[in-house]
Design a protein around this ligand. Sequence first.
Ligand code: SAJ
Length: 435
Amino acid sequence: MKKVCVVGLGYIGLPTAIISAQAGFDVVGYDIDVDRVNRINKCDPVIQEPEITHKLSKVLNSKRFRATAHIEQADYFIIAVPTPFNEDKTADLSYVWHACKTVASVLKKNDTVILESTVSVGTTDYLARILSRETGMQSGVDFFVAHCPERVLPGSIFKELINNPRIVGGINQESIHAAKQFYKQFVTGPLYLTNAATAEMVKLVENSSRDAQIAFANQVAAMAYKMNLNPFEVIELANKHPRVKILNPSCGVGGHCIAVDPWFLIETFPEHTDLLKKAREVNDQKPHAVIKAVQQQVEQWKKKNNARCTVLVLGLTYKPDIDDVRESPAVFIAQQLAHDDIDLIICEPHIDQELCMQLMGRPSVMLAPALQQADIIVCLVKHSIFSTIDKQLCASKIVLDVCGLFYEPRLQEGQEQMYWPANNTFYQMYFKETV
Ligand code: SAJ
């Protein structure tokens, strides 16, 4: 059986290593972080993803997978290292170059190197040149190089690794062929075979398009709030048009991908990315607008009640129904509010108390008593679990529903569907002039 070496055991590398081992490859996972390697070998998955501990334990026990801090020879090298941006928003590809040099030290004839990390257009060809220079072998002939961007959604990684369509971008046809042999062992979705630069651009364009669309939804929300309209109703009705699909406004764009990838395009194509730059600005500004809106409500409440105000924040994760708080705008908002002169309570059922204490200096509270206690409720993340909230219980409170948690689509049948009166109960006044 062919041997696979996955370089970088993070959110993409570790699940990819596990899936490859399940598919029958002999897999070694390499990481520069010795502590991470030791923890993984002891079946601590380090990252959060449903079912990962169970799957990791199975492949460790079957001896098809182990982690190591020393690079080893293999037939396939899968590079899945982080590609963050620098302070000036330029791409930091240092982990890729480090991984490239490490792989070069053990690369042999007929091996295949697949770069899965998100990179600027042109990086894979450059990587192939470095590998050639370091090894003295000819890329595309003696060894093969491809870019196959990961496209999985955190929270559904294992399902999506298997089912999602994949772009396989080779530096030449032989490289496409070599890379596709790897993915065919576990991917059931279609494999689209193309060149490396196209694959690089496709990945960046996918996430940038989502960022721009979310920015559009957030601007629709801002306009609707200004007119005392319910943004979620405006969007629901606009989406009745057969060719319109507006996304959901939120408290901002979090995670490690959508808010990062547009910068790769902006850096490479400064003269063609005005729209992407503006979208980033709109989405980055959203958490600040939410904070301002909450503070305004607090001030008004205090004036009216002449008492301390209890503010309940619902949700901390970077998106609904996951336990991932990386770059979460909700965490940022809650942390800023924690400095204010209010009693802040947090309800986030998806993270453990230790993490909540670490982030917020206070535990996550039970939903029902928290709702009773709150004067102002700030809905930041639309977790399914919150859909059980009794809205009547909140009728006397101030609700700032940034993510549409309290919005109920009308779900009517028949030709005539009544949207009158507008479904405004929780939206009127709360965001006026701010979000
Ligand atoms: N968001 C909204 N409104 C929406 C949808 C999302 O505000 O209607 C927000 C979320 O709350 C979250 C952020 O956007 O804060 C990002 O969430 P997401 O679900 O759009 O994306 P990620 O970052 O979890 O994963 C994305 C995916 N890319 C696309 O959907 C185009 C995933 O397929 C990629 O593999 C992943 O980025 C990646 O690793 O690049």
